[in-house]
Design a protein around this ligand. Structure first.
Ligand code: HPA
Ligand code: ZN
Length: 328
């Protein structure tokens, strides 16, 4: 099924094999004896435990080619899953914290996006995420450093440790990004309360909510999200691995679709959570007993929620409709 992927962190697509290869190329070592033992360490009780491991993995990224190769590996996997358009999250603050420039990060990722168009025939766009556990001043600094590369970015987002870091902490940064013409998204309601989704909408004025699964606890919020057609980029295997839901059978994706929320399915950090986008679809559909109509709805929502221009979006939605006509 053709689809768009709108919620994945490129640093979270760094597979152990590539991590070891980049470490060797950069004269570094990974603090695990081999790929298998590293993969066995990917067991998490919550978001923070994951973020600590994820951050350690980014240490092998040192030069522009590393960022290109990581994004290129993801884009090939995405194309194999029939992703026709990807909006890729990345952050610069992790890497500038390791002594790299924002330019190295953005140029490497952007080159992979160009390659995706020319070699795979799929489109890709970049969204710079601010790290919410850091300060407002540091987010402003990250925005300023990215401005010379403005043309290589479609939007900004908000990621990292949610609890204790409400969206409103970044009200002024998002206002500035909005004035500069960036599209806006934010993680909210992954582990954090519905109040964080309200403030992402009302204070940050975001166009999509990343995760948003906690919205279902607040009837007024659900009504608001439905009325204003705000998309939610849901990541079922992430929610499972970070214990937001105890099992996939208890996930609320089916309920979200039933009430009319504009949900999409995404992989978040596929190298760490055990599956790329199609694996998220197949495991969740099996666990919840979802139908072909649900699949069509989710893929349709993914194109509708994307930041591609209207004519390109219509062409993609036509391709999706064709596939389902054949399927029926
Ligand atoms: N939530 C918040 N920050 C993140 C995530 C996530 O799921 N993945 C990578 N950074
Ligand atoms: Zn995420």
């Amino acid at each position: 099924m053709p689809k768009a992927e709108l919620h994945m962190h490129v640093e979270g697509s760094l597979e152990p094999e590539l991590m070891f290869a980049l470490a060797a190329r950069n004269g570094m070592t990974v603090p695990f004896p081999d790929v298998e033992s590293l993969r066995r360490a990917y067991v998490f009780n919550n978001l923070q435990e994951f973020l600590d491991v994820y951050h350690a993995g980014t240490l092998v990224l040192r030069v522009e080619q590393d960022f290109h190769d990581m994004a290129w590996a993801y884009l090939q996997r995405a194309a194999a899953d029939n992703v026709l358009h990807a909006e890729i999250f990345f952050d610069t603050q992790t890497h500038t914290g390791h002594g790299l420039s924002a330019e190295v990060v953005i140029n490497g990722l952007h080159r992979a996006c160009i390659d995706a168009q020319s070699k795979l025939g799929i489109s890709a766009a970049l969204i710079l995420c601010f790290l919410r556990h850091l300060s407002e001043a540091q987010a402003f600094e990250a925005l300023e450093q990215a401005l010379p590369l403005r043309d290589k970015l479609v939007g900004v987002g908000l990621a990292s440790s949610e609890q204790g870091h409400p969206p409103e902490k970044f009200a002024r940064v998002f206002a500035r990004a909005r004035a500069l013409g960036f599209r806006l998204v934010a993680h909210a309601g992954e582990e954090g309360p519905p109040a964080y989704i309200w403030s992402a909408l009302d204070v940050l004025k975001v166009e999509r909510i990343d995760h948003g699964v906690q919205a279902m606890r607040d009837r007024n919020l659900v009504e608001r999200l439905i009325k204003s057609r705000v998309p939610l980029t849901v990541c079922p295997l992430s929610n499972l691995k970070l214990r937001v839901f105890p099992t996939l059978a208890r996930h609320n994706l089916g309920a979200m679709l039933e009430v009319g929320l504009a949900a999409t399915v995404n992989s978040d950090d596929p190298a760490y959570f055990g599956g790329y986008i199609n694996e998220n679809f197949t495991q969740t559909f099996a666990a919840l007993g979802l139908s072909a109509q649900h699949a069509y709805q989710l893929a349709h929502n993914s194109f509708a929620a994307s930041f591609i221009d209207v004519s390109a979006r219509r062409a993609l939605q036509d391709r999706l409709a064709e596939v389902f006509e054949t399927f029926e």
